[in-house]
Design a protein around this ligand. Structure first.
Ligand SMILES: *[C@@H]1O[C@H](CO)[C@@H](O)[C@H](O)[C@H]1NC(C)=O
Ligand SMILES: *[C@@H]1O[C@H](CO)[C@@H](O)[C@H](O)[C@H]1NC(C)=O
Ligand SMILES: *[C@@H]1O[C@H](CO)[C@@H](O)[C@H](O)[C@H]1NC(C)=O
Ligand SMILES: *[C@@H]1O[C@H](CO)[C@@H](O)[C@H](O)[C@H]1NC(C)=O
Ligand SMILES: *[C@@H]1O[C@H](CO)[C@@H](O)[C@H](O)[C@H]1NC(C)=O
Ligand SMILES: *[C@@H]1O[C@H](CO)[C@@H](O)[C@H](O)[C@H]1NC(C)=O
Length: 929
């Protein structure tokens, strides 16, 4: 049953994503090695503008996992259920495989006992071969699946389409990782507004509700996640600026420095425990048996160890128990916190290094830091906190932020800031920088290496985003390489400083072309770079810059006028420096190049045509060069083709998932119908009145039959097959449950009609005394209609009494209601017949002001005399007595049960009643239209 509920939960969650209205929201995704968290910014009245999107299990974080099993793809919670049984099919850490060389990944996965079937791809990176033994997915594709899941969570939560998101990245993510993550986003159909460093997310969340106008402060954020750790020094301050002429104070923060250990996290501690218990188990079993050789056993052990670690955070000892760890052998043991702390001794030492380095580099003393904020799951370990306290000489480490959610919540503020539609009331300026320094290196024929050909482009911590250009004097084609500045500070797994290489071509051709002209300076190439908000450096474009001096014919001008510009020729050349001239045929890019020859007509007013003269002019040509990116041996981004193919593959998986969900849903519907119907047949005695024992017997047989089918052949049936069975059952069940419902609804409807007949008497006599203008004819019409209904009802009731309750009813409550409503309409329209217009003589002199005053009480602007009359009428009879007015709603609230199969899937799993527990109130809330 719980499995059923679980499936239901998933389905509902996925199904509700369809009918979303056209408003939109933005989100932030904190994609970790182990978890994904999603926050949504959605401005809806009466709702918190920023909130965490919970998943189908009502959890605030979801496992960042993808599994391929038995032809199905499973993501998040669904995948998590398979980890212990199929450790080779459930892919974790996929974020950390992007952009990494194969050998690095292999070592990394082995250290975590993750038995994935990995292959080296053509880029030198890793591909994961799935269950089917054929299909290989790139880490970008697997990551895309998880991001897509995150996007669905956001949409499910906000009930509006969500496409825009910022994605957080660990500070140490290098170029390949960042580019790969953006490609993953693209594959997922996610519009990545930007990547944002995790520490900036945390700093935003910290600073958004504070005011720094009275004092700036340094804060260190210390974040230990499952696989990595960083410490960031952030300076919060405020500056004054003018806004609409008023001086306002604006808060901001600047990231001063970040230090990290990309291979230290909560996972390392868990691995120590795993190793410890693995040894212990091996010793217990003896015979040279090694539990480490069984990936399944290791997966079980890892799962239990997580709990053991958690227990140790609050207790001095913790047990561990793994059933059938290996070969049906159970494993039981305990460990004390002290033992645990001892086996991780070196990790505690390592954990303070990032903070140590921050303080050393900044020259700040520990007590000059206003606060140390701990975030990330890893910082929950008491020993780690103690270690930091000891190092900092502080008894209190600050934990003002939510360890799990600070980053994603803060990142959502950045998302809101970047989106067009959303304005934040509170402002916080964010200055984050490049986590690595970058250099440019040029190489090519006849290129003399000097300080201009290898130079620093971006110093570390340079503010993002930024554009820059470099000019080099050269006239042959060449290559541009981009490198990390420092060999000692490379992203994990990266062995080469060079991360991009571009061939720049067209320069040799261009210089050749202009060689015969009078070059006034050597040919140059301008290289335009950008460092994006996401921290990605790229060479965007390159131009050849060619300056020549040559004689051109210009119109002679009136000297007197020219005299106002004493040094006309000089100035002319100065101008031509910026406004480049060229023959149109020379220039692929006409935008850049406009002639600076004087337009004679334009100047006719100011100068007199004195013929032409020759002048020496300097002209500058800018010719765009071609840039092509070269493979540099490290893991390159996906090619356009791979991206295209990847998108197709992911789309195919998505539609297969949708079909799987539809099938599961219909199967559940069928299962649910059978359960609920059996309950009703067992417990609703009144069903016996509306069905013969033969009818019930054959119904039960049919239910048995379908149920048997469901658990045998039907196990893997298609959506259509489930639908067919359900329809068959309903064809039998619906009439019975309808008659059951009518058992009470029909007499109620008849009763209501009869009651109305007597009320109608009063209404009619009211008309006779108070509305004498309603003609007898009209009243007769009403009475005739009432009489018809009365006799119809009598006939039908007699008829119904003659037949069995298990036969098709002679009439239905709905028929009665419809007829009654018709009658009521007739009564209401008769009641509305206005008093005929009296022959009022218009007063000869009408005072305008008077008139408008009196008419204002009629609540109508275009008041004429007719309206004024009706205002004076007694109002009591304009409305019919409320007790007699009917609405379909009264009847629609069906008592007890309806014939529809229970649509349990409309509620989250935790609220699902078991089929036996259908309370009337639930039934009504579920089914009222
Ligand atoms: C700033 O300082 C002034 C004077 O010291 C005080 O009145 C004011 O409340 C402070 N503002 C904030 C936001 O702390
Ligand atoms: C928001 O945008 C403004 C203007 O571009 C920028 O100055 C500020 O740093 C941004 N803040 C955040 C939190 O993104
Ligand atoms: C130049 O213009 C000035 C003022 O407009 C005029 O007085 C003068 O005669 C002109 N010179 C010639 C050569 O046309
Ligand atoms: C050229 O004209 C500008 C004003 O447009 C002036 O500032 C500059 O000094 C002139 N250049 C020379 C060389 O006279
Ligand atoms: C030059 O003058 C002609 C005639 O008035 C006009 O059509 C043309 O646009 C002008 N060219 C420039 C570059 O101003
Ligand atoms: C209309 O009545 C107002 C006050 O009720 C009065 O001031 C005004 O003179 C009257 N106008 C005419 C045309 O009688």
């Amino acid at each position: 049953m719980s499995k059923l509920m679980f499936r239901l939960g998933l389905m509902v969650f996925m199904l509700l994503l369809h009918s979303v209205p056209s408003r939109s929201a933005v989100s932030s995704i904190d994609l970790g090695s182990e978890w994904i968290k999603v926050a949504v910014v959605n401005l809806k009245p009466g709702q918190a503008p920023i909130s965490i999107a919970i998943n189908e299990m009502s959890k605030r974080k979801s496992p960042a996992l993808v599994a391929f099993h038995a032809d199905d793809r499973l993501i998040g919670e669904e995948a998590a259920g398979l980890v212990a049984r199929y450790p080779d099919k459930v892919y974790s850490q996929v974020r950390d495989l992007i952009g990494k060389p194969f050998s690095h990944v292999k070592k990394f996965l082995d250290s975590l006992y993750l038995p994935f079937n990995v292959v080296e791809d053509s880029r030198g990176g890793v591909g994961i071969r799935i269950d089917d033994g054929v299909t290989v997915y790139s880490p970008e594709e697997l990551t895309a699946m998880i991001l897509g899941y995150g996007l669905k969570l956001a949409e499910f939560h906000s009930k509006v389409p969500v496409k825009d998101a910022v994605i957080t990245v660990p500070p140490y993510f290098g170029q390949a990782e960042r580019k790969g993550l953006l490609q993953a986003a693209q594959l997922a159909g996610l519009n990545a507004l930007s990547l944002v460093n995790e520490h900036s997310g945390a700093a935003l969340q910290y600073g958004i509700d504070k005011d720094f106008s009275n004092g700036s402060r340094h804060v260190i954020f210390y974040d230990m996640g499952s696989s990595s750790t960083y410490a960031a020094l952030v300076y919060f301050s405020a500056y004054n600026t003018k806004e609409y002429g008023k001086t306002v104070s604006v808060n901001q923060f600047q990231v001063k420095d970040v230090r990290w250990d990309p291979e230290l996290g909560g996972q390392n501690m868990e691995l120590r425990l795993v190793e410890h218990f693995a040894d212990e188990f091996n010793k217990q079993v003896g015979n040279g048996i090694d539990v480490r050789k069984s990936p399944k056993a290791m997966a079980k052990l890892k799962k239990q160890v997580k709990r053991t670690k958690e227990i140790l955070s609050a207790n001095t000892a913790a047990p561990i128990s793994v059933e059938s760890l290996l070969d049906d052998r159970d494993f039981r043991s305990t460990i004390t916190r002290q033992q645990f702390e001892e086996m991780c001794e070196d990790l505690w030492e390592r954990s303070i290094i990032p903070v140590k380095e921050l303080l050393k580099q900044s020259g700040l003393k520990a007590d000059e830091i206003y606060a140390y904020e701990l975030i990330g799951g890893g910082t929950r370990v008491p020993k780690l906190q103690a270690k930091l306290q000891e190092f900092l000489g502080r008894s209190v480490i600050d934990r003002h932020l939510d360890a799990d959610e600070a980053t994603v919540l803060g990142a959502s503020l950045h998302a809101a800031n970047l989106s067009d539609g959303i304005k934040l009331n509170r402002k916080l300026g964010m200055i984050d920088g490049s986590m690595y320094g970058f250099m440019m290196d040029l190489d090519g024929p006849e290129l003399v290496k000097d300080e201009t050909t290898t130079q620093l482009l971006v110093p570390r911590l340079k503010k993002l985003p930024i554009k820059m250009y470099r000019s080099i004097t050269h006239n042959k084609d060449f290559d541009v390489s981009l490198l990390y500045e420092n060999e000692d500070l490379l992203p994990p797994g990266v062995t080469s400083r060079t991360f991009a290489k571009y061939a720049v071509s067209g320069l040799a051709d261009a210089s050749e072309k202009y060689m015969s002209r009078n070059l006034s300076s050597p040919v140059k190439a301008n290289l335009h770079f950008s460092l994006s908000r996401s921290g990605i450096l790229s060479l965007d474009r390159a131009d050849a810059v060619i300056e020549i001096s040559e004689w051109v014919e210009v119109l002679k001008k009136n000297q007197t006028l020219e005299n106002t510009n004493a040094s006309a020729p000089l100035n002319l050349t100065a101008e031509s420096d910026s406004a480049n001239s060229a023959e149109a045929s020379d220039v692929p890019n006409p935008d850049d190049l406009t002639t600076n020859l004087v337009n004679s007509t334009e100047n006719n007013q100011n100068s007199v045509d004195l013929g032409t003269e020759k002048k020496l002019k300097k002209r500058t040509f800018r010719i765009p060069l071609q840039i092509s990116e070269k493979n540099v041996g490290s893991v390159a981004p996906l090619s356009e083709d791979s991206l295209y193919d990847g998108k197709l593959r992911l789309d195919a998986l998505d539609s297969k998932d949708a079909e799987r969900r539809r099938t599961a849903e219909l199967k559940n519907d069928l299962e649910g119908y059978i359960y609920a119907t059996r309950e009703k047949l067992d417990y609703l005695d009144e069903l016996q009145k509306v069905s013969s024992s033969e009818q019930r017997q054959s119904f039960i047989e049919k239910l048995d039959e379908v149920q048997d089918w469901l658990y045998t052949d039907g196990e893997d049936a298609s959506a259509t097959q489930f639908q067919e069975r359900l329809d068959q059952l309903k064809a039998i069940g619906d009439p019975i449950f309808f008659r059951y419902k009518e058992l009470t609804a029909r007499p109620e409807a008849s009763q209501s009609a009869k009651q109305y007949f007597s009320e109608l008497q009063q209404i009619v006599s009211g008309w006779e005394s108070k509305k004498p203008w309603i003609s007898k004819e009209k009243i007769d019409q009403v009475l005739r209609q009432a009489e018809n209904l009365k006799s119809w009802l009598n006939d039908k009731e007699t008829e119904q009494q003659k037949i069995s309750a298990s036969d098709t009813p002679a009439f239905t409550s709905q028929e009665v209601i419809n007829k009654l409503l018709d009658l009521q309409d007739k009564v209401a329209s008769t009641n509305r017949i206005p008093k005929p217009k009296p022959k009022v003589e218009k007063p000869t002199v009408k005072n305008e002001t008077d008139e408008s005053k009196s008419s204002s009480s009629s609540k109508d602007d275009n008041s004429d005399s007719k309206k004024q009359e009706t205002v004076e009428e007694p109002t009591e009879h304009d409305e019919l007595p409320s007790s007699t007015s009917y609405s379909t709603k009264t009847f629609a609230q069906s008592p007890q049960l309806t014939t529809e199969e229970p649509k349990m899937s409309l509620h989250p799993p935790s609220h699902l009643p078991s089929p036996g527990q259908f309370t009337p109130s639930l039934a009504t809330t579920l089914f009222t239209p």
